[in-house]
Design a protein around this ligand. Structure first.
Ligand SMILES: N[C@@H](CCC(=O)N[C@@H](CS)C(=O)NCC(=O)O)C(=O)O
Length: 234
């Protein structure tokens, strides 16, 4: 039995976490039966989500979940795609996960308006009396992480200029193909779709999201992936 621990659909997205969304898409691509359960930090070996419970074995990390599905179930996520497309797709996947992701964290957690519309909701179950303290502590931790990773050291203008270059690269690449894999999605489409949809959601406002919205190829790509994997998502 496969159970994926998730945060749950929110903000017009399959999941607020692009890594959880990626794992959901990978499970759908694999065509395996699975269920979802609410994220439970006691079940998170690395303290992060997604986590897949595969018959009692806890597999943390979206990429390790992919490797597990490949190894244990013989899934070939890149079937039919050229080696060149798969190579470029992998590079774009990691551009999304190790680069764009942090800009999104910044924009959702550090811009008050976005925080109040988004991540603040995660704390609604905390006791009202100490909610403000918990929120301040967690936001401080996120700010420290952003500084350590480096994204938090840029000015807004610098962050936008760097993000814009990456968005142009991705939009140009997707301008001439339906999916990173070519005519059909490959494994990395799970991750890139998760990131692009997170940038395009109108739930949040930021200069980087505005930049992403300038590219019709990104919107068309996200719509194609959503129609395939989350047709019921509004
Ligand atoms: N490399 C991990 C990253 C997962 C990750 O950063 N998950 C975030 C949500 S987007 C998380 O669970 N954060 C909880 C925390 O840091 O306390 C993966 O690919 O799954």
């Amino acid at each position: 039995m496969l159970t994926l621990y998730v945060f749950g659909s929110a903000f017009g997205l399959a999941d607020p976490s692009p890594f959880v969304t990626k794992a959901l898409v990978l499970l759908k691509m694999a065509g395996l039966a699975y269920k979802t359960a609410p994220a439970d930090f006691k079940k998170a070996p690395k303290g992060k989500f997604p986590v897949l419970d595969d018959d009692g074995q806890l597999v943390p990390d979206s990429t390790l979940i992919r490797f597990n599905l490949e190894k244990k179930y013989g899934v070939d996520f890149d079937k039919g795609a050229s080696a060149e497309a798969v190579a470029a797709a992998w590079a774009f996947e990691k551009l999304c996960e190790d680069h764009f992701y942090w800009f999104a964290v910044h924009d959702r957690w550090m811009i008050d308006e976005n925080f109040n519309r988004g991540p603040a909701k995660f704390f609604e179950k905390a006791p009202a009396l100490i909610r403000g303290i918990i929120i301040a502590m967690v936001r401080r931790k996120v700010r420290r992480n952003l500084f350590g990773q480096g994204s938090g050291r840029y000015t807004p203008e610098e962050r936008l200029a760097i993000a814009a270059r990456g968005l142009k690269a991705l939009a140009d690449y997707l301008g001439s193909r339906d999916f990173l894999g070519g005519d059909a999605p490959c494994g990395s489409d799970a991750s890139v779709y998760a990131t692009v949809s997170g940038m395009l959601t109108t739930h949040f406002t930021s200069a980087i999201s505005d930049e992403a919205r300038k590219y019709p190829s990104l919107a068309a790509y996200a719509a194609r992936m959503q129609a395939r994997y989350f047709p019921d998502l509004k």
